[in-house]
Structures are given as structure tokens and as C-alpha cells.
Design a protein around this ligand. Structure first.
Ligand code: RP5
Length: 163
């Protein structure tokens, strides 16, 4: 880890087709001021790229990994097997099984190698970013303040009565 350089979040996804969902994680991190990078890495189509990425996470100053994948979604689990950093898995809403396949593939990890599994699709991508920000906030007072402000705004935006 580089000293005095804030830890960043790495957003990875199995395919370009996942970006529609995963860009919501980017948008959320931007709102909070968390540094991030975004990459396409497929456990099945680019296994060497996956290994290379996972082997260099700590050297590259990454604090949390958000991994989105759909269908037979092995990416988050494989990354968690290769790095000790926290991995948050976002099940992409697949066309064939509406993301149930992705959810179960990501959630049903064997004991010993955890992946924090979020909800299917857009909600999962947004919540993964919020969770990643709260992990980074443990050692970053600016991010802690920004995250608290965002939550306060959200609370204020909820009307007391429906229109
Ligand atoms: C997974 O296969 C990806 O994460 C994606 O959700 C799914 C389908 O990929 P494409 O065929 O759209 O590239 O690896």
C-alpha cells in the first residue's frame, strides 16, 4: 500500500454487457468522492487477466473490490480466493433466469472464502458502492463525512405523506 495515498475501490465486471448495471456503482462512488478504477475481467474468458489483477491488488492500493457478474457468476468468488481484500459481489440480472443464477452463484460460497453478496441488479450495484465507501471510510474521515451527508440528504428527501 502506498503511504498517504487513499485506498481506491476497484469495480470489475465479467463483460461489457454488465456495465449498464455497474456504472451505477461508479456514479455512487463519484457522489461520495471515493477514488475508483473500472475494468472488464472475466473468470472464464480472461482467466490470466483475472489472476494478474488479483495478484496485484494490494500493490495497486486497492481497498475494496466490487465484482459484478451474471449467469454462472464465478468472478467474485475467484477474486476472493486470490486476494485477502473484501470482495462485494453484484449479481447481474441475467436474461434467462433474471439473475437468480447470478445470485446463487455468488452467494453460495464455501466456508473460508467469503464474498459479500448484494441484491440482484441496479440496487445491488448502488449498495455495493455504499458498502465499499463505508469500508474505506473507516480510515478516511473525508469519505466518512461525505457518506454521512449523503445519508442525511436521503433521509430528508423522504416525504411524510404520499401525494
Ligand atoms: C458473465 O456472462 C458476464 O458477467 C455477463 O453477465 C454474462 C454474459 O456475458 P456476455 O455474453 O453478455 O458477454 O461472464
Amino acid at each position: 500500500m502506498k503511504k498517504n495515498n487513499p485506498l481506491k475501490v476497484s469495480i470489475i465486471m465479467g463483460s461489457q454487457s454488465d456495465y449498464k448495471t455497474m456504472q451505477l456503482a461508479e456514479k455512487t462512488l463519484k457522489k461520495i468522492g471515493v477514488s475508483f478504477e473500472t475494468k472488464i475481467i472475466s473468470a472464464h474468458r480472461t482467466p490470466k487477466r483475472m489472476y494478474e489483477f488479483a495478484s496485484n491488488t494490494i500493490k495497486n492500493n486497492i481497498g475494496v473490490i466490487i465484482a459484478g457478474a451474471g449467469g454462472s457468476a464465478h468472478l467474485p468468488g475467484m477474486i476472493a480466493a486470490l486476494t485477502p481484500l473484501p470482495v462485494l459481489g453484484v449479481p447481474i440480472e441475467s436474461k434467462k433466469l433474471k439473475g437468480l443464477d447470478s445470485l446463487l452463484s455468488i452467494a453460495q460460497m464455501p466456508k473460508g472464502i467469503p464474498v459479500g453478496t448484494l441484491a440482484i441488479g441496479d440496487d445491488g450495484a448502488i449498495n455495493a458502492a455504499l458498502l465499499a465507501a463505508s469500508i474505506i471510510a473507516n480510515n478516511n474521515p473525508t469519505i466518512k463525512k461525505n457518506l454521512n451527508n449523503l445519508r442525511l440528504l436521503q433521509t430528508k428527501s423522504v416525504k411524510k405523506k404520499p401525494k
